[in-house]
Design a protein around this ligand. Structure first.
Ligand code: C5P
Length: 393
């Protein structure tokens, strides 16, 4: 719930700006006060009058009109959260470079409140290296992102670039402002499989769906943690309010984890490939008529859990997973010692756990073993997040 919360909504230029009006209704229904700032681009798509009517507040759109009372500073200080929805490619570029040529730009520089950005643009603009670089810059400054989603555009085209739905943006705002037992803590979570390339078209992978890791990221965020989710290739939506770093290989996953440090909590739920092909072929391996099948030379991948457990900036609580098909708890205890982590969540993956909706786990800590009954992966996640909150309290 957003009772009593003050949200400053910046509406920039995108055909999706109409969704901002629906977002305001949702936020106000939860008890938030919403003030809107309309950029010149935004005003091409929604009117100042509609926004004023829906927010019930005067809409600001002119840096100079507001300046008599140093309006940008006042608005920047007033907000509990600043939300840019929709955020155009141009607005992201302005934010990344700290441009303050309009009221929205000044507020974004002056605010100390958390900033959530909901991008909306054509898929080619979203994929452009300039936009990618701007996103990376903003993410490194702790700007939060929601979306964009993959789907149909206004133009007859489809792909990533569609503004997230108002419900998803409202959820992300709630998460951003959640004052739960983990607020102020940074949690790092890995999820999904890794893909280890053989050649440009083939790779080695495993059956991990990422469901458990993604559910853990969402559960930690729901308790107020700032969460960085480093995910291998999965077919899941990003958990709302979570910063997602997408990677393919184990080596990329390790680099993304190291870049995300420092963290207070780290949970390694990814099914990382133990080996990679020693030398990835630059061209597709050809089947030669009459020739033997090729032999692949393998190399060891880095162990991310063990590396972060012994890292100079080791998180205070490091949790590993153990997917076993026999002697589950015995192997988990071994792993705890070998990897240098604090807890192991051990599960028997001989059945339908990998890719399935439920999980039955044992939580192995320094002080004993808890056997949890079979339950949906979301419940395993919520229970684990609650145990973590208890532990770090
Ligand atoms: O040794 P094993 O793969 O069974 O260990 C599982 C745990 O170690 C999981 O938490 C997994 O995410 C992590 N792991 C890792 N890097 C690897 C292999 C496993 O972080 N290369």
């Amino acid at each position: 719930m957003l009772q009593g919360r003050k949200i400053l909504l910046i509406v920039s230029g995108s055909v999706a700006a109409f969704k901002a009006l629906m977002l305001v209704r949702l936020l106000r229904a939860e008890g938030a006060t919403v003030r809107a700032v309309l950029t010149a681009g935004g005003a091409r798509f929604v009117t100042k009058e509609s926004l004023a009517a829906i927010t019930g507040e005067a809409v600001q759109d002119d840096l100079w009109a507001a300046e008599a009372e140093i309006g940008h500073i006042r608005l920047a200080r007033w907000a509990d959260a600043v939300v840019v929805a929709p955020a155009s490619a141009n607005r992201l570029a302005q934010m990344a470079h700290g441009l303050a040529e309009d009221l929205a730009g000044c507020i974004l520089l002056a605010t100390r409140a958390p900033v959530l950005v909901a991008p909306a643009m054509n898929p080619a603009m979203w994929a452009h290296p300039a936009t990618r670089a701007n996103i990376a810059t903003l993410a490194a400054r702790d700007v939060h992102f929601i979306g964009p989603e993959d789907g149909p555009m206004a133009e007859p085209e489809s792909g990533p670039g569609r503004l997230s739905e108002p419900e998803a943006i409202a959820y992300a705002i709630r998460t951003l402002l959640a004052s739960g037992p983990l607020s102020g803590r940074h949690a790092l979570v890995t999820s999904g499989p890794t893909h280890e390339p053989i050649d440009p078209v083939r790779y080695i992978a495993n059956r991990s769906s990422g469901k458990q890791g993604h559910a853990i990221a969402a559960a930690l965020a729901a308790l107020g943690a700032r969460v960085t989710l480093v995910s291998g290739p999965v077919a899941l939506p990003d958990p709302p309010g979570v910063t997602v770093r997408r990677v393919e290989t184990a080596r990329e996953m390790l680099a993304a984890c190291e870049a995300a440090l420092p963290a207070d909590i780290a949970i390694f739920a990814a099914a990382v490939a133990d080996w990679r092909v020693a030398r990835e072929a630059g061209q597709k391996l050809k089947k030669q008529p009459g020739a033997e099948a090729p032999t692949l030379d393998m190399a060891l991948n880095p162990d991310i859990l063990a590396t972060i457990s012994r890292h100079a900036s080791r998180p205070a609580l490091v949790v590993g997973f153990a997917a076993e098909t026999e002697k589950v708890v015995e192997h988990a205890r071994d792993k705890l010692a070998r990897k240098g982590c604090d807890w192991i969540v051990a599960n028997d993956v001989s059945g339908d756990v990998m890719g399935g909706a439920e999980n039955a786990v044992h939580l192995v800590t320094g002080s004993g073993v808890e056997d949890w009954p079979r339950m949906p992966k979301e419940e395993v996640a919520a229970r684990l997040a609650a145990r973590i909150a208890e532990h770090v309290a």
